[in-house]
Design a protein around this ligand. Structure first.
Ligand code: PLP
Length: 389
């Protein structure tokens, strides 16, 4: 038996705020009627503000994986060469999907502790004199490692090489949490989903589309039906969808967008940065290692912590769950058992974080993981130092 609320401190799905829950407590409505039309128009417009674009954003009833597929099948052809980077588990899964869909993927290898090296992208594109590479596809926030890649610098590297490749970016765990500017950063397709920074339940996938990506979708011939942008954009122009949309989730999306815009996107991003910095202070005070090795690439969304040699991160997470009713993120694929991940995204605030870090610290003691005490206290000091006075 547990009392009180469950602490869902995984890097998504993130907790759904009560305000969003209440907004979804609505009867299901006719998705071809006037009330839906208003909702459809409002959310499709609101999404543009969150992605920071004036172009179209397509909303699918899907998980993020569906939106990955949409980005590929709309813009590329079977046999096209794409450049991807092994930043971690999710970059590897997207690469596997691209390969299955018939693309020729050049995968720059990585050690899962750093983000995309913009210079390496620029250098590879500069060598591609015959312009064989049709797209660069990268993950903005690698959820498996807690490393955020520098998308604006990647764009500059592509431009510096004077190369026409499309830029496809996965913001599945960064949108609404880490600074992101689809249009200003010259991204062609931004992929995202509902259950992380947007603070919604799982079930919506998004693609924000540049004019260049839209033009590519009109001239390419990869087979697609459900994911076809053209089919979606026609009814979207009047607020409708070509098939039954996830109506209830769209009520939640409208509320979540309102919450993000009320707080102000830059304040949302600053809050995430402050919480992340406080978390790192805690990890450093415990004497544990942060997986991310490049301070410029520390994730504002989550922190992955390396377990000391000889200790199993999953056994530790079990102790935390059973004693403190808190879920921490597991290490994925090659990091299984080696790291645990602390999510600090979405509606997380100072006191939520302090509850979480207290649970992490007490769990370290209960699970006999070697560490120094004082991490939670260090996080409090960091939060005080960064508080607006
Ligand atoms: N990309 C990233 C960066 C993710 O974190 C995830 C899921 O956590 C995915 C892709 C896959 O998204 P989904 O599980 O919603 O299909």
């Amino acid at each position: 038996m547990t009392t009180g609320r469950h602490f869902l401190q995984i890097p998504g799905p993130s907790p759904v705020p009560e305000r969003v829950m209440r907004a979804m407590d609505m009867p299901v409505l006719d998705h071809r009627g006037p009330e839906f039309q208003r909702l459809g128009q409002e959310v499709l417009e609101g999404c543009k503000a969150v992605f920071q674009t004036r172009g179209p954003v397509v909303v699918y009833p899907s998980s993020g994986t569906g939106a990955w597929e949409s980005a590929i099948v709309n813009t590329l052809n079977v046999g096209d060469k794409v450049l991807m980077v092994e930043t971690g588990h999710f970059a590897t899964l997207w690469k596997n999907m691209a390969t299955k869909l018939g693309l020729e993927v050049e995968f720059i290898s990585g050690d899962w502790r750093r983000g995309v090296n913009p210079e390496a992208i620029g250098a590879r594109l500069a060598e591609d004199k015959e312009l064989k590479i049709k797209a660069v596809a990268v993950v903005h926030n690698e959820t498996s490692t807690g490393v955020t890649s520098r998308i604006a610098e990647i764009r500059r590297a592509i431009d510096g090489a004077n190369h026409p490749a499309l830029l496809l970016v996965d913001t599945i765990s960064s949108l609404g949490s880490a600074e992101y500017k689809h249009e200003e950063w010259g991204v062609d397709v931004t992929v995202s989903c509902s259950q992380k920074g947007l603070m919604l339940p799982p079930g919506l996938g998004f693609t924000a589309i540049s004019e260049k990506a839209l033009a590519a979708s009109r001239s390419n011939n990869m087979r697609r039906s459900y994911w076809d942008w053209e089919e979606m954009l026609k009814p979207n122009a009047t607020g409708f969808f070509p098939y039954t949309p996830a109506t209830t989730l769209l009520y939640g999306l409208k509320e979540a967008i309102a919450m993000l815009l009320e707080e102000g996107l830059s304040n949302v991003f600053d809050r995430h940065k402050r919480l992340a910095a406080a978390t790192r202070s805690a990890v450093q005070a415990w004497g544990l290692e942060i997986l991310c090795q490049e301070p410029l690439e520390y994730s504002p969304v989550l922190t992955a912590v390396v377990m000391p040699e000889g200790h199993d991160a999953d056994a530790y997470r079990k102790v935390v769950l059973e004693n403190f009713n808190m879920s921490l993120g597991a290490g994925l694929s090659k990091l299984a058992g080696k790291v645990f991940r602390i999510g600090h995204l979405g509606e997380c605030n100072e006191l939520t974080l302090m509850g979480a870090l207290s649970g992490v610290e007490m769990g370290l003691t209960l699970a006999d993981v070697p560490h120094q005490t004082g991490g939670a206290a260090a996080a409090m000091r960091a939060l005080l130092d960064s508080a607006a006075r």
